[in-house]
Write a protein that binds this ligand. Structure first.
Ligand code: ZN
Ligand code: ZN
Ligand code: ZN
Ligand code: ZN
Length: 488
């Protein structure tokens, strides 16, 4: 199922439970863990039938069992799954259980893995973890979603009676749904659709907002975990389950909802968020920056200016954040509105504040899409220059929040590279830049491309990041050939 490298070992303590630690010094890029998923399943709300074998879109049903979908490329799926409905205990069940309720697919696959004597043992680590259903029953949305899309249809289709040894009740099915969700990583099928891959070892990695590893997932749904930074013997292996471009209050909110976790990692306890000031506000009194006061349990308090000691209460800050948040929702992709928001809120916040970064990312992606659409027409130099500026603003933050080998920073560099090359090519073509200036920009672009490729060199070839590396390498070739043409 999973293969540990010799460089890690299992450990256990009260706070983290079962986890992994480095057993020797580990270099950045070294593989720590490789794991095949226990199962890959569509999201609960997925209605498009997916091939039981490769998870691509499917329009045919397996002729033998007449239950599981297949695609044009696959002629069979898991033998036990097929046999169960073709001639086993599930033979008498209505054949359209999946066609009618495709949401049950993931749980059905798990129940059959549990029924199959050859795979039962693989599931023990997943189902051995007790789930306190009381924590979930009244929770927002999730329980209801499981109930309607998965548990009720499964209880009603008669499958439960075909699996008597599992003694299935609706509570047990709910617990299985929660286990699938909480052990899932988003994986991408060959056709580009996202799915849930259940990785029991991968999911035991404790959370840190500054992870020391990178998770790579390829099109065959294999997981490879590698070190992002040098690790010393005894170092705990961490992953991050949140977006590093969120501020501390946002990350903590998300972690509370998704993992029932109160994070007290180094970033969460650092009011400057690793020097980025992603949650800092402009001090109204002295023009410095107010930072959040955080206690040792990671609880956020008021904001105070370290220079003049002026206070901004937590309530005032939350009100401002809620105001910007709802303005962002109302902006609905309108470029002018986003720019107006930057003008309005820029003077109140640190330039790296997470909400300003959010607005800037929105603008940059609109400009990128616009550049693609008008590629044939004359793109506006002013907008291209704006995109370069925004992409370059994001770079130092991306660099700071994910140290070492970072996909986030690599993607940031790629976005900056595309914007820069597009701009300087146009400026050169229109003689705004002379040859010497153009060459200087191309040299910068070449360095940016090389750095981005370097950060992606441990990614599998058949993954989204692998394809991105190919794309950057093509861009680099083009830059180098121009450099040859116009002289270095
Ligand atoms: Zn297939
Ligand atoms: Zn079949
Ligand atoms: Zn944290
Ligand atoms: Zn001040």
């Amino acid at each position: 199922m999973q293969e540990f490298g010799e460089n890690i070992q299992q450990a256990h303590d009260e706070k983290l439970g079962r986890h992994l630690v480095a057993s020797i010094s580990i270099e950045p890029g070294d593989t720590i863990l490789e794991e095949r998923p226990l199962l890959v399943a569509p999201h609960w709300e997925c209605h498009q039938l997916k091939c039981a074998q490769c998870l691509q879109e499917s329009y045919v049903i397996c002729r033998r069992c007449q239950v599981f979908p297949l695609c044009m490329d696959c002629s069979q799926h898991d033998e036990f799954e097929c046999e169960f409905f073709a001639s086993g205990a599930g033979k008498a069940l209505c054949k359209d259980i999946l066609v009618k309720n495709f949401g049950i697919c993931g749980l059905l696959k798990l129940l059959l893995l549990l029924e199959n004597p050859n795979t039962q043992a693989d599931c023990q680590m997943l189902i051995g973890v007790p789930i306190n259903l009381g924590d979930y029953r009244d929770g927002e949305g999730m329980w209801q979603e499981h109930e309607e899309l998965v548990v009720r249809p499964l209880m009603e289709c008669g499958l439960v009676d075909c699996l008597p040894t599992q003694q299935l009740t609706s509570d047990i099915l709910h617990a299985h749904c929660i286990r699938i969700d909480s052990n899932s990583f988003e994986v991408t099928a060959k056709d580009g659709d996202t799915l849930k891959g259940v990785f029991v070892w991968g999911a035991t990695l404790p959370h840190h907002c500054v992870p020391n590893t990178v998770v790579a997932l390829d099109e065959q749904f294999n997981m490879k975990l590698y070190a992002a930074v040098p690790l010393q013997p005894g170092d705990i292996i961490y992953n991050s389950y949140t977006n590093p471009l969120m501020g501390t209050s946002q990350r903590q909110h998300q972690l509370r909802l998704s993992r029932r976790l109160e994070c007290t990692c180094t970033r969460c306890l650092d009011p400057t968020e690793m020097g980025t000031h992603m949650s800092s506000l402009k001090c109204k009194e002295c023009g410095g920056f107010s930072v959040c006061e955080i206690d040792s349990n990671g609880k956020l308090g008021d904001w105070r200016c370290p220079d003049c000691k002026a206070l901004l209460t937590a309530a005032e800050v939350h009100e401002l954040q809620a105001e910007v948040g709802s303005a962002l929702v109302d902006a609905m992709g309108d470029l002018q509105v986003y720019e107006a928001l930057l003008t309005q809120y820029g003077p109140l916040l640190h330039p790296n504040h997470f909400m300003l970064l959010d607005i800037k990312q929105n603008i940059a992606s609109i400009l990128r899409a616009a550049a693609l659409m008008t590629a044939m027409d004359q793109p506006c130099k002013k907008l291209l220059a704006r995109r370069v500026e925004l992409c370059s603003d994001l770079l130092p933050v991306c660099r700071a929040v994910v140290p070492g080998i970072s996909k986030l920073y690599a993607i940031g560099l790629f976005e900056y590279l595309l914007a820069l090359v597009e701009l300087v090519e146009l400026q050169f073509a229109e003689s705004d830049l002379n040859k010497k200036e153009y060459v200087a920009h191309l040299k910068t672009a070449s360095l940016v491309a090389t750095e981005a490729m370097d950060l992606l060199r441990f990614e599998p070839e058949n993954s989204a990041e692998g394809y991105l590396a190919d794309r950057i390498s093509m861009e680099l070739e083009r830059i180098e050939s121009d450099l040859k043409k116009y002289g270095r």
